[in-house]
Design a binder for this molecule. Structure first.
Ligand SMILES: [Zn+2]
Ligand SMILES: [Zn+2]
Length: 246
């Protein structure tokens, strides 16, 4: 497959970000952000745990982890499996200065949220805050960018104002991808500050969900502060057997 967007040429990036009528991946003329052929390379997360959206090999209601530790959030909406092209696009967006690749992925997330989220409720949209160290490395906050890209489609579909709400980190810790699974769980407690008053219904946005420890810590902080329901929205979820805790 041809990947013209993997160029870091500034004109290429601005063109695709703002005015492209071509597929973001293969560059053929196309009305949508991705042509049908490239979209097929994004693995959809269809056989999944109804609670944490972990991709499963067979259709069971809850994964083993959710059966023993029911999460504090309502459910996770994550339309893609973090592998293949999805994985390449998220990695390039986060670590190789190609944030525009989040746009077609967020479009898929928006369509899934419109299908699956109860838009009659008055949701407030928050993000898992990016740590200072990651912000310095990347120069942008990918979760805030995803939220910004969700604004128009969600507002149009719900007919409601897109309300935002911010959670902050209470202390700095090493970047997620530098921690192993045990360290993530150990360090995930008491990491988030939730300003009062808290909204009743919160959608918490992250780009990628791996162990789920960060979203659980953030969701717990929201619930403890008084939020009734937290739904997680993410571009992708790692496969169940993945040893890659990026
Ligand atoms: Zn294409
Ligand atoms: Zn689960």
């Amino acid at each position: 497959m041809n990947h013209p967007l993997l160029s870091t040429n500034i004109f290429t990036k601005v063109y695709y970000w703002l005015i492209s009528e071509r597929c973001y991946i293969c560059d053929i003329q196309n009305e949508g952000l991705l042509c049908r052929s490239c979209a097929k390379h994004l693995t959809r997360n269809r056989t999944l745990c109804v609670s944490c959206a972990r991709p499963m090999s067979s259709l069971v209601e809850l994964c083993g982890h959710c059966q023993t530790n029911r999460p504090s959030f309502q459910n996770v909406i994550a339309p893609l499996v973090y592998e293949g092209l999805t994985r390449a696009m998220i990695t390039k967006a986060k670590f190789e200065d190609q944030a525009h690749l989040l746009r077609p992925l967020t479009q898929i997330l928006a369509a899934t949220l419109i299908d699956e989220l109860d838009l009659t409720k008055s949701w407030h949209w928050t993000v898992v805050p990016t740590g200072k160290q990651s912000l310095l490395e990347r120069g942008f906050c990918q979760t805030s960018l995803i939220r910004q890209l969700l604004k128009n489609p969600i507002r149009d579909a719900s007919g409601k104002t897109f309300k935002i709400f911010n959670v902050t980190r209470s202390f700095e810790r090493p970047a997620q991808h530098s921690l192993n699974k045990a360290d993530r769980f150990r360090l995930s407690h008491k990491t988030f500050n939730v300003p009062q008053p808290v909204p009743e219904y919160v959608v918490l946005i992250d780009d990628l969900i791996t162990t789920g420890s960060t979203i659980e810590a953030c969701s717990k902080a929201l619930k403890k502060a008084g939020t009734k329901q937290v739904v997680i929205a993410a571009l992708a979820r790692t496969p169940a057997q993945s040893s890659d805790y990026r």
